[in-house]
Design a protein around this ligand. Structure first.
Ligand code: FEO
Length: 401
């Protein structure tokens, strides 16, 4: 049985949800599932925009068959060759041998790498930035969006409906619940953190490339954004575009503090907890405290994109940084985090090394100020260190002003 929704009179959402998958890309926990969006345009020519992940293929093909109403499928536009969107290309072309594949040269190369379809050249309509496809009433304009999130990515702007098909950009983790439009839910309260976690972890490394696409988008009259995951935007586009401007320029969303700690027996955690309380007493709001052994790094990376100041507290372990903290800091380096105020708390019982090595990793981040003096624990926080801890809280609170 099909499960589809109309976006406009001739554009239909034919995607599907997966609520069973534990890890997106086999890396990121998705406790609320994920949606794989696909769209069908019913113009004089019919156009499918991307397929879906193999795990939801049955729903997708039922949706497609229903939405086509017996018409041939003239085109499939492939925006992105990651298998969560193109896995069903082979099956699609066997069900619809009449379909022409609309893609750029890099996508074609990836089709040949991923599959053994041996498609003849005439099966492809090769397009590039600036090309357009007239489907009857609609004019589809192709926009290159390299590294958002792979090098081959394209977006499509439908100049009749003023819709941007944005590929991975503007995606959100979480399955859709009947409400496929962002204006049908309490997005800011209930979903923004999953949009941020999706952006920061999947595309966060490629801020300059995202900015370059945002500049192209700014020249278009966009009234609806149709991404490949999560909600469709048809109202208040400025809200999510503003978030993308901040995230892609690595500007914090708010003056606040995220504290991430690793702690083997609770002593480093104790210092982190006390610091959070002192910060709160000094007026800092929306503080978040994370145990790096409990919380998946994707959540902490996401919150690091939100807050202007970050504190990392960890003991020495195997002569280096406590393993989960070591991983978090390297991940933040990989995701290109910049423009933050940072403080380090280290702990060591006999040969402390973590503080020095944490600062060496943080030194790789652009435009980040590491506050001194840092707090160093020898096994546990002592009463005589309370002034140092208060001074750190004061310096952090002042840095937020
Ligand atoms: Fe949703 Fe980069 O694939």
């Amino acid at each position: 049985m099909h499960n589809t929704r109309k976006i406009t009179e001739d554009l239909i959402w034919i995607g599907a949800n997966n609520r069973r998958l534990a890890l997106f890309e086999n890396v990121y926990p998705i406790p609320n599932g994920v949606s794989y969006n696909s769209y069908l345009l019913l113009d004089e020519k019919t156009v499918l925009f991307d397929t879906v992940d193999a795990s939801v293929r049955h729903q997708f093909f039922e949706n497609l068959q229903f939405a086509l109403q017996g018409k041939p499928l003239d085109y499939i536009v492939i925006h992105h060759m990651e298998p969560d969107h193109c896995a069903e290309l082979g099956s699609l072309l066997s069900i619809h041998p009449e379909t022409t594949v609309v893609c750029n040269a890099q996508v074609k190369k990836m089709i040949e790498q991923f599959f053994d379809l041996n498609l003849p050249a005439e099966k492809y309509m090769l397009i590039k930035e600036g090309d357009a496809l007239n489907t009857g009433k609609h004019m589809l304009n192709f926009i290159s969006a390299p590294m958002v999130h792979w090098p081959e990515v394209m977006m499509t702007y439908d100049s009749l409906s003023k819709i941007l098909f944005s590929a991975d950009a503007f995606g959100t983790f979480g399955a859709l619940n009947g409400n496929i439009f962002a204006d049908e839910v309490r997005f800011e309260q209930e979903y923004l953190y999953e949009a941020r976690r999706y952006y920061s972890n999947i595309v966060g490394k490629y801020g300059p490339q995202v900015q370059s696409v945002l500049k192209k988008a700014a020249a278009l009259d966009i009234q609806t954004i149709c991404p490949l995951h999560g909600f469709i935007w048809r109202n208040n586009l400025g809200f999510i575009i503003d978030k993308y401007i901040k995230w892609s320029t690595y500007e914090p969303e708010e003056k606040s503090v995220v504290i991430a700690y690793g702690s083997i027996y609770g002593n480093t955690a104790n210092a982190a907890e006390i610091l959070a309380t002192e910060l709160a007493q000094k007026g800092v709001r929306n503080i978040r405290l994370y145990d790096v052994s409990v919380t998946h790094p994707s959540y902490i990376i996401s919150d690091a994109f939100r807050a202007s100041a970050l504190v990392f507290a960890a003991p020495t372990y195997n002569g280096g940084i406590f393993v989960n903290m070591d991983n978090l800091l390297r991940e933040l380096t990989a995701h290109n985090l910049q423009n933050r105020t940072v403080a380090v708390i280290d702990n060591g019982t006999w040969a402390p090394m973590a503080g020095k090595q944490m600062k060496e990793e943080i030194a790789k981040w652009k435009n980040c100020t590491v506050l001194e003096p840092a707090l160093s624990l020898k096994s546990s926080l002592k009463n005589e260190q309370s002034e140092t801890l208060s001074a750190l809280a004061e310096t952090l609170a002042t840095a937020l002003k």
